[in-house]
Design a protein around this ligand. Structure first.
Ligand SMILES: NC(=O)C1=CN([C@@H]2O[C@H](COP(=O)(O)OP(=O)(O)OC[C@H]3O[C@@H](n4cnc5c(N)ncnc54)[C@H](OP(=O)(O)O)[C@@H]3O)[C@@H](O)[C@H]2O)C=CC1
Ligand SMILES: N[C@@H](C=O)C(=O)O
Length: 257
């Protein structure tokens, strides 16, 4: 049995991955969708044409993925694609964000992603794919988004190294690094502070970002960056010393208060 596993499938880009992959891939027997919000995950399932199972999991708990991993061991399917999409970010200075929210970003964005990847690799064969949602926030540190960007730098670094390790097995890892995307992400992100206004000028459409990510993964690309602005930003973050970018972003963060 060939399956695709997608986390964060209850909302935004995770749901979009499920719907687009369901249309694009023709040899998948089941989709295993993972999400925290049962009702919203059920809505995604309702729209799927291929057989779909939902797994409810809150990644703040280390036990959240146990039922899914148990099913993997019972059924022994071939995992053709793993999309690690669950994630969230809190805007604001580190010391003003609660301890729990700071640590939760690490648990959801890094620990759960690493844990599920570890558990899925034994079930992957030649020509399988792993798609990890990093962010353009991975390209350089951002004052006012410190922990979030650090978690996404982890995802980018981990994905690139893992790609090197798995290439000979024919398993291809793609890190997706979008700039701001129009999803419910920002409703949650602004509990402690507002995002830089300029980000709202560059909001990308989730359908386009996900479609490019899927195409880039099929083409075995290392990194998927949607849009000219974000590609230019990536180059900028490579050539301009990060201390200047940090100073500039810090100034902008202070000005927006
Ligand atoms: N939108 C943007 O501008 C960008 C987003 N990204 C990344 O893309 C990914 C998808 O985000 P996006 O679709 O935009 O945002 P959404 O908020 O729409 O989706 C986030 C998903 O992650 C899930 N999630 C959050 N916390 C947990 C948790 N504790 N346990 C399990 N699942 C959880 C959410 O579930 P629930 O609904 O139940 O909370 C939801 O399904 C994230 O990793 C994000 O960091 C990267 C760059 C830009
Ligand atoms: N890329 C976006 C989040 O990940 C942002 O820059 O806000």
């Amino acid at each position: 049995m060939r399956i695709v596993i997608i986390t964060g499938a209850s909302s935004g880009m995770g749901r979009e991955f499920a719907l687009q992959l369901d249309k694009k891939l023709h040899s998948i027997d089941e989709y295993w969708l993972v999400g925290r919000n049962e009702e919203e995950l059920a809505k995604t399932k309702k729209k799927m044409h291929t057989k779909t199972r939902n797994f409810i999991a809150d990644f703040n708990s280390r036990k959240a993925l146990f039922p899914l991993v148990q099913e993997l061991n019972n059924i022994q399917p071939e995992v053709k694609m793993l999309v690690n999409c669950a994630g969230f970010g809190m805007v604001g200075y580190f010391d003003r964000i609660s301890y729990n929210d700071n640590l939760s970003m690490i648990d959801v964005n890094c620990r759960a992603l690493t844990s599920l990847t570890h558990d899925c690799i034994p079930f992957m064969a030649v020509n399988s794919r792993i798609i990890n949602l990093a962010s353009a926030g991975a390209f350089n540190p951002q004052p006012g988004f410190a922990v979030y960007c650090a978690t996404k730098s982890y995802v980018l670094s981990f994905s690139r190294a893992l790609r090197g390790e798995l290439k000979d097995l024919g398993i291809y890892v793609t890190a997706v690094c979008p700039g701001p995307v129009n999803t419910p992400f920002f409703n949650k992100a602004e509990r402690y502070g507002n995002v830089y206004a300029f980000k709202k000028l560059f909001m990308a459409d989730q359908k386009a970002v996900v479609s490019k990510a899927i195409d880039d993964s099929i083409r075995c690309k290392e990194i998927s960056v949607y849009g000219r602005t974000m590609r230019a930003y990536r180059v900028l973050a490579k050539v301009v010393p990060h201390r200047f970018i940090i100073e500039l972003l810090n100034l902008m963060h202070k000005l927006k208060k």
